[in-house]
Every structure is written in structure tokens, then in C-alpha cells.
Design a protein around this ligand. Structure first.
Ligand code: HAM
Length: 445
């Protein structure tokens, strides 16, 4: 019998694991620049947490949740997304009462959806997201979109536009849903089974039905923007004007309703085709929500929030195709090559002190032949080698070899740290020049 990972899940190792870690650490660093702090909630939640917030009419809750009874006969669910658990946690710990509002948090971790696995769509995937909860402001909404775009731009995406739409306030949505029911009721016989349910539960869901013939019918549907209350309209355009000021490019997409039920006011998604024309799906999606904390017994005042989550797999696949993932892995910089068993102990001490000084360095764990050590050094990605036998150490020196040019020089151990620092920063500089467009040739690399 052979074992393989469960369908729709995958193991991460080597370059991919490095790439995922790099994306998440950059995401965290940018979120911190915007004043967000870390939060971590359990992967496992009581099923009601998602029923109550993510929504009765969403496909995620209706069809895609990994829900099961635990040994105590309680219904639990592997989280399909991060927002509901964060809101549950904020209420449980009364963070809204003890912390300054808005509470701005970021998270990154696995989420689970029982979907048909396909390009960019997995059953276990990693979401990196943020939530800003406890204040209702177009500035906060705009800031959240700016953060999303800043993460993408720091990762190396440029010229990306964010798709935005408004789902208005409750008054708006009630009027709009009625208009949609009226419109779709004339076409329902030609629409898919799911849409028969959707017209009853939430006709806005029909707007993002994936069935092509239903999409055609949806094209003629009334537009949310014609139903916006005066306040919701002003709110939407205020947020857009802030995006203009920040130089964020967007397009308004009337059909963007998002797949989860909790949204109101502005919603957004970012899509990008890969260089080879593949569509991995939305890189990220999010929006504003109201009433989330009171769902879980929290306060009704200041009960607004905004957030987004990005799919780390999709971002990685795109960046890899764009050639931006080559430097994500951290190889060691230096390989130490002790000649002979009698200097292994000295070597062990030397690499210990160099590591303490912040150098990334490796050494073989058994006495090894020079040829074997050079092969290992090449595979490790090291740029420099330190070669030493008893003779060198007795003289207080080591041989320092550049593994690309094979130039070699003798360095006194007492000057070693300074010399290594100089050599590595020169190599770094060289690498930077080789890999960036700084020659002003005006062409893509
Ligand atoms: P979502 O649009 O359902 O929103 O998911 C966010 C992102 O997760 C998607 O844009 C996509 O990149 C990724 N994603 C979703 N499903 C899969 C899958 N099966 N395989 C791979 N990647 C996937 C949310 O989950 C909201 N909680 C976002 C949010 C936070 N809204 C407000 N705050």
C-alpha cells in the first residue's frame, strides 16, 4: 500500500516552502507598517461560528465546509476562512472593551474548503489576512485596500487594479434584493438548480453564479448602484476618492458580490492573469462588514469592520511564473571545509562563533575529502568557502575562497568577521546589479 496526501492538500518543501514562508513574512511586515498586530485563532471552531457569520446562503457554508462530529458529539468545523474565528475571539475575550479601537489584527494559516481541486483551488490552502474591527470609517476601509495593494506591490506585482463594488447599507440591499427577485423570477425556469435556491435565500448570490447561461441572464439584472441610499452612495465615493489620492488604481465591477454573506458597503478583489495566461482565481478578496460582533453576542455599537485575505498558493504560483521566487530561499553564505579529522573540533568552534556573529555558515559533520566538500558547498548555495587544516590554524589563518571565481586568499582569523562582511556585501551588490533593471536600459529583465 502506498500513501499519498489527501486530495486537494499538498506537502510543502524546498523552494516552495521557502517561497510560502517569504510571502507570509513580507505580508506580516507590511501589515505591521500599517499598525496591525498578530492574532492566532484555532483552526477548529464550533460549526455555528460559521453558520452565524459566513452565511446561510454562501456556497462556503452550504457545501464546502469540513464539518464533523467530534468524540463528544459536538459539531465542529475546520475553518473555511479567518474572519469568523477572529470575530468570535474578539467577543469571547471582550477585546473591544479592553483595547483601543479599531482593533487591527493580521493572521496567516491554513483554511479548508471541500471544493473540486483545480488550478489555484485546493481543499487545504493558506490564507493571510487582516481584520480591522470596532470603527466605521471610509478611511479605515481605504486603508485596508491600500494595505492589500502595498503587500502585492512589495511582492513584485505592478500595474494591478483592484476591482471594487459597493453592497450598500441594509436599506439598499433590501430594495435591491427585491428588484433582483422580480427580475430573476421571469428567467428562473432557464436557470440552474442552485439559483432556484439562491433566489429565495439571497438573490445577490445569482450574480456570481458560475454557470454560463445564468451569467448571461445576470448581465441584464438591475445594478446595485441604482439602488444605493444617499448615505451609502456618499460612503462609496468617499472611499474611492481616498483610493484616488493614494494612487490606487481600481475598476468598479457591478457584479462583484463576494462569496460570503457578511459584507456591506465596499467589497474588493484583485485578479491577475499569469504571464502564460493562466487564471489562478482571485489573489485576494475582502470588504467591509457590519454586525459581525453582535452575531457572537458582542456589542451593537461600533460593530463594523473591514478586512481581506489573500491565497498564498495563488500568489506563489503567479510570482513563480513571473520569475520572482528565485531568491526566496535562504541558502547559507559560507561553507567551512576542515581538512582532516584533527581540525573538526576547531572548525566546530569557528562556525559557532561565526554564527553567533550573524553569518550563515555550514560545515560537514564527518571528516570529508576536498572534492566531496566542494560538491556539498555548491549544492548548499554558499558563495564563499573557508578552508583550513592544522597548518593554517597554527598560524592563526584560514583560506578564503570565492566559489564563483575560485579566487583564494589567506585571512587572519582575527580579521575574519570583518573580511567576510566585506566580501559578502560586495557579492550582494554584484548580484543586485545582475538582477535588477538599474542599468537604465529601459527594458524588462
Ligand atoms: P475569500 O474571497 O473567500 O474571502 O478568500 C480569500 C482568498 O483566499 C481568495 O481570494 C483566494 O486567494 C483564497 N482562496 C479561497 N479559496 C481557496 C481555495 N480553495 N484554494 C486556494 N485559495 C483559496 C475570505 O475568506 C474572507 N474571510 C476575506 C475577508 C477578510 N473579508 C473580510 N475580512
Amino acid at each position: 500500500m502506498s500513501y499519498a496526501a489527501v486530495k486537494g492538500t499538498h506537502d510543502l518543501f524546498a523552494d516552495e516552502a521557502d517561497g510560502y514562508a517569504y510571502i507570509q513574512s513580507l505580508f506580516k511586515a507590511v501589515a505591521e507598517l500599517f499598525g496591525y498586530r498578530a492574532i492566532e485563532t484555532p483552526i477548529l471552531e464550533h460549526t455555528e461560528v460559521f453558520d452565524r457569520s459566513t452565511g446561510e446562503s454562501s456556497d462556503v457554508v452550504r457545501k464546502e465546509m469540513y464539518t464533523f462530529l467530534d468524540k463528544g458529539n459536538r459539531s465542529v468545523t475546520l475553518r473555511p476562512e479567518g474572519t469568523a474565528g477572529v470575530a468570535r475571539s474578539i467577543v469571547e475575550h471582550k477585546l473591544y472593551a479592553t483595547r483601543d479601537l479599531p482593533l487591527k489584527v493580521y493572521y496567516a494559516g491554513p483554511a479548508f474548503r471541500y471544493e473540486r481541486p483545480q488550478l489555484g483551488r485546493y481543499r487545504q490552502f493558506i490564507q493571510a489576512g487582516v481584520e480591522a474591527v470596532g470603527e466605521d470609517s471610509p478611511y479605515l476601509d481605504a486603508e485596508c485596500i491600500c494595505l492589500a495593494m502595498a503587500v502585492l506591490s512589495m511582492l513584485g506585482f505592478d500595474k494591478l487594479k483592484v476591482r471594487v463594488n459597493t453592497l450598500g447599507d441594509e436599506k439598499t440591499r433590501a430594495a435591491y434584493k427585491e428588484a433582483l427577485r422580480e427580475y430573476f423570477s421571469h428567467h428562473i425556469d432557464d436557470m440552474c438548480e442552485d439559483c432556484h435556491e439562491r433566489i429565495r435565500l439571497n438573490p445577490m448570490r445569482i450574480l456570481d453564479c458560475k454557470v454560463e447561461s445564468d451569467q448571461k441572464i445576470a448581465e441584464g439584472a438591475p445594478k446595485m448602484r441604482d439602488f444605493l441610499s444617499e448615505e451609502a452612495d456618499a460612503r462609496f465615493y468617499k472611499t474611492l476618492s481616498l483610493l484616488n489620492e493614494e494612487g490606487i488604481e481600481y475598476e468598479i465591477d457591478d457584479r462583484l458580490v463576494r462569496g460570503l454573506d457578511y459584507y456591506g458597503q465596499i467589497v474588493f478583489e484583485v485578479h491577475a492573469l499569469s504571464p502564460s495566461g493562466l487564471d489562478y482565481g482571485a489573489l485576494l478578496g475582502g470588504g467591509h462588514y457590519d454586525g459581525m460582533l453582535s452575531n457572537f453576542g458582542g456589542p451593537k455599537e461600533n460593530d463594523s469592520g473591514v478586512g481581506f485575505a489573500m491565497g498564498v498558493e495563488r500568489i506563489y504560483s503567479l510570482l513563480k511564473e513571473m520569475g520572482h521566487m528565485e531568491d526566496a530561499g535562504h541558502s547559507v553564505d559560507i561553507y567551512a571545509m576542515p581538512i582532516g579529522e584533527e581540525v573538526l573540533d576547531d572548525g566546530f568552534g569557528l562556525i559557532g562563533s561565526l554564527r553567533a556573529a550573524g553569518f550563515a555558515i555550514e560545515m560537514p559533520y564527518h571528516p570529508s575529502k576536498m572534492g566531496a566538500m566542494f560538491k556539498k558547498a555548491a549544492r548548499s548555495g554558499a558563495k564563499l568557502a573557508l578552508i583550513f587544516g592544522r597548518d593554517e590554524l597554527d598560524k592563526g589563518v584560514v583560506q578564503l575562497k570565492n566559489l564563483k571565481t575560485f579566487e583564494q586568499k589567506e585571512v587572519a582569523i582575527e580579521d575574519l568577521e570583518e573580511t567576510l562582511e566585506g566580501e559578502l556585501s560586495a557579492l550582494e551588490e554584484e548580484h543586485h546589479h545582475e538582477h535588477c533593471d538599474c542599468h537604465d536600459h529601459g527594458e524588462e529583465k
